[in-house]
Design a binder for this molecule. Structure first.
Ligand code: CDP
Length: 782
């Protein structure tokens, strides 16, 4: 008998059988007969008028078939597309480009190299225009307008909380602290760039689009809405997300390349492939972060926090293409009260246009949670430092108490469950906190700079209750459909789409737990809109909280029917049956029972008269609440006073994501997430010069950590189940990316606080750290 591999089993990832053999099927692996290739001409200017596009030389290149520009697409009214925030994004410009590397024209050729040659042969006459790069300058009266179709560069103002009560708390506070925190633009840098193959079948009027999307159903609906006037209706569009080499939020939006490829396939009748090169991907795809936060906390001298006030400028680039739920233009930034019991809070966020590519995607976080966590976890340390309290003691004092759950925060979120002191205590014990503090003092006396940083974060994942969450009007539920075959094996399909998270492994484990069918006998499929039930896709760690719950509920529906069949087979009353994993038996007579496999066979061969045949169920799960995973991370750093280099000596991460489906996969998610938190803390940043030229369009300039730089992670766990999730699970995919940066920054500031340093912006490059020490006369000179 095959092992069940239910909840808590570190089952090996089934998808790895193909990945480690090089048998994964990514977009660039698709080779269709007669397939053409698309490459894209991009703007060297951040703002310029296009005077003329010269295509003659390109068209004379053997193998180049066409050059597609904005006016060509305008004939079909597909030169613009809506963004996820209902703004407008150019597919190809009619006459003006708004950021460097913006798409200017598409070149269609018989192979990828020829398409690139064609791109090089297109000559464009530009007239450069003034550029706005700094969002603060973009808001000044008389600033150069980024968008001709808007009144100003101010996109929206959003505020949340009680301003009056918060202001009053600040007026009456014994202690207040204030810092400016910049969280720079970074890129998701997924191993696989974006791309698609569009195949138009003119005979049947069908479009098949294989694409690197995290949300295939939503894309299908959007394509139908944009191209409906061309006769492309939703049942004739099939979006397939094959294997995806990392998404991290960057593969939620639609990019112009997708639309141009579809248009090119419709016009030529041939399949068209578009795949970005690394520079296209790094320079022009949507970015994460870019939040300028002015953060303030108020409280008492004894360390009790009372109020929080954050004001933020969000740089969205030239269009608001953030991937946020419609109701929340700043995502879930209002989780920024974090793990602490504030009485009052008020936040304001202003979105701003600049001459940069669209930004604001949910880079490995639930919309804007990383920004929120970074700000509150940094400010907790700033406050503790000001009153001279140990940051661990300060956190323990202000944590929401374990008995206070479910807890409603000052900004209105209902936290489902948590035990913050337990997670922090565990992390402190693992790392030997008290001894480290002693060591730190001794080292400082010897002139050595060592720091200890804590981040006790709370996340918010699993969007969402559909009454609050939608994207472009599409309610954020998710789905699972299970069919049990006559021989007791099953197929399960989902509205989500894994990009490496291991859904094929873990979803099967949920069903295995609920039905007792071994996980190895359950095939999991995602990503094909012709076969999967409708869902909103995978991002913001929503798969487990939403589609995972759908898997449990659909399984339970199957169990209900299975019970009726078992009663029929056993000639017993349904009420007299009991369930143990994989089997119904008669109460008091454990020998008299039927396995789920026997019941499945009967569902097709011997079911009761009047009952529908078959054994299947579907569930569209609308979660009653979000889930609130949390954790406490502690980082220990040593700083080289000669070079400014920060060495992470130890990093302990205690995570709580409720019930763990597959502990090995959870640990893998945390390892990857911590590395993706370490990277922006220490090295990643996209910056621009005053002309809007982007720095960092390749991996020589845009630094990613390799195994050499990455610290050794030490993991621990606590388990506080979610009370409303059917299996008690919370999401985990993003926790570590969200929680890690503040722990590292807090450690560096802690090492330098005796100099009067209270903050440092990320990335903490050796130069930045050295300059900070140098300013205070604390560097070691030759
Ligand atoms: O939405 P996404 O898949 O990115 O994030 P997630 O729901 O947090 O899940 C990431 C991976 O961790 C999936 O394979 C989950 O099944 C697994 N997981 C788990 O085993 N136990 C949990 N409590 C949460 C996630």
């Amino acid at each position: 008998m095959a092992e069940i591999h239910g909840l808590g089993s570190s089952r090996k990832r089934v998808e790895d059988a193909r990945f480690i053999r090089g048998q994964g099927n990514y977009i660039d692996d698709f080779k269709l007969p007669g397939m053409l290739h698309l490459d894209i001409v991009r703007s060297p200017y951040a703002h310029a008028k296009i005077k003329k596009i010269h295509t003659e030389k390109a068209l004379a290149t053997p193998g180049v078939l066409a050059v597609i520009d904005g006016p060509t697409l305008q004939k079909y009214n597909v030169h613009n597309m809506p963004t996820l925030m209902s703004d407008t994004q150019m597919v190809l410009p009619l006459d003006t480009v708004k950021y460097q590397y913006q798409e200017v024209a598409g070149v269609l050729a018989t192979d990828r190299y020829t398409a690139a040659d064609g791109v090089a042969a297109v000559e464009v006459d530009y007239e450069p225009l003034p550029v706005v790069v700094d969002p603060f300058k973009a808001l000044l009266p008389g600033a150069q307008k980024v968008r001709d179709d808007k009144d100003s560069n101010h996109i929206w103002h959003w505020e949340w909380g009680d301003k009056e009560k918060t202001d009053k708390d600040f007026e009456n506070a014994e202690v207040t602290v204030k810092e400016n925190i910049y969280i720079p633009r970074i890129h998701v840098s997924s191993i696989e760039t974006c791309g698609c193959v569009a195949k138009w079948d003119a005979t049947n009027g069908h479009l098949t689009l294989w694409m690197t999307t995290q949300a295939p159903h939503a894309i299908r609906t959007v394509v139908a809405l944009i191209t409906g006037h061309l006769g492309l209706s939703e049942e004739k569009i099939r979006v397939i997300s094959p294997d995806i080499g990392g998404g991290f939020g960057g593969k939620v939006p639609a990019y112009p390349g997708y639309v141009i490829a579809v248009a090119a396939s419709i016009v030529t009748g041939a399949p068209v492939k578009w795949i970005e090169d690394r520079t296209d991907n790094l320079a022009a795809d949507s970015f994460g972060r870019d939040y300028h936060i002015t953060a303030e906390l108020a409280g008492k001298k004894d360390g009790t926090l009372t109020a929080l006030r954050f004001k933020t400028i969000a740089d969205h680039g030239y269009t608001d293409a953030a991937a946020n739920p419609s109701k929340f233009p700043a995502g879930l930034f209002h989780i920024c009260t974090g793990s602490y019991d504030f009485k009052n809070a008020f936040i304001e966020v202003d979105g701003v246009y600049t001459n940069k590519p669209p930004g604001g995607i949910a880079y490995r976080c639930s919309f804007r949670v990383t920004e929120a966590v970074h700000a509150i976890e940094r400010m907790a340390d700033v406050y503790a430092l000001k009153i001279g309290m140990d940051p661990a003691e300060f956190r323990m004092k202000n944590f929401i108490k374990p008995e206070a759950f479910p807890y409603t925060s000052a900004l209105g979120w209902e936290y489902d469950s948590g035990n913050y002191p337990a997670a922090l205590r565990k992390a402190m014990d693992m790392i030997g906190y008290e001894d480290l503090r002693k060591e730190q003092k001794e080292k400082l006396a010897r002139g050595e700079f060592m720091g200890i940083g804590i981040s006790s974060f709370t996340e918010i994942v699993g969007a969402g209750p559909s009454k609050h969450f939608d994207i472009l009007g599409l309610k954020m539920f998710d789905s699972c459909e299970i069919r049990v075959h006559p021989t007791g094996k099953a197929i399960a399909r989902f509205g989500t789409k894994s990009q490496g998270q291991g859904h094929e492994t873990t979803y099967a484990q949920i069903i295995a737990e609920e039905l007792g069918i071994p996980a190895d006998h359950i095939k999991v499929e995602e990503g094909d809109t012709d076969t999967a039930p409708y869902g909103l896709g995978t991002y913001a760690s929503r798969s487990t909280p939403v589609a995972g719950a759908a898997a449990a509920i659909a399984s339970r529906k199957i169990r209900e029917k299975a019970k009726k069949i078992a009663a029929h087979l056993l000639e017993a009353n349904e009420d007299d049956l009991e369930w143990e994993r994989g089997r119904f038996f008669v109460k008091g007579s454990p020998d008299q029972g039927k396995t789920i496999q026997e019941i499945a066979f009967a569902a097709y061969t011997n079911h009761p008269q009047g009952m529908e045949g078959g054994l299947e169920a579907v569930n569209y799960y609308d979660p009653p609440n979000l889930t609130y995973p949390f954790g406490s991370y502690i980082c220990v750093v040593d700083i080289d006073r000669g070079t400014g280099q920060v060495k992470i000596r130890r990093f302990v991460a205690v995570d709580d994501c409720g019930v763990r489906i597959n502990p090995m996969i959870v640990e893998g998610q945390i390892h990857g997430g911590l590395t993706m938190g370490f990277a922006p803390a220490m090295m990643e940043e996209i910056s621009y010069d005053v002309d809007g030229n982007v720095h960092g369009t390749n991996f020589m300039d845009y630094l990613l950590p390799t195994a050499v730089e990455t610290p050794k992670w030490e993991l621990g766990e606590t388990v506080t189940p979610s009370p409303h999730h059917p299996i008690g699970a919370k999401g985990v995919g993003e926790s570590a990316t969200v929680g890690a940066p503040a722990a590292i920054v807090n450690a560096v500031v802690d090492a330098l606080s005796h100099l009067g340093v209270t903050t440092i912006d990320i990335p903490m490059t050796p130069r930045k750290v050295w300059e900070l020490m140098h300013k205070h006369g604390a560097t070691l000179e030759e």
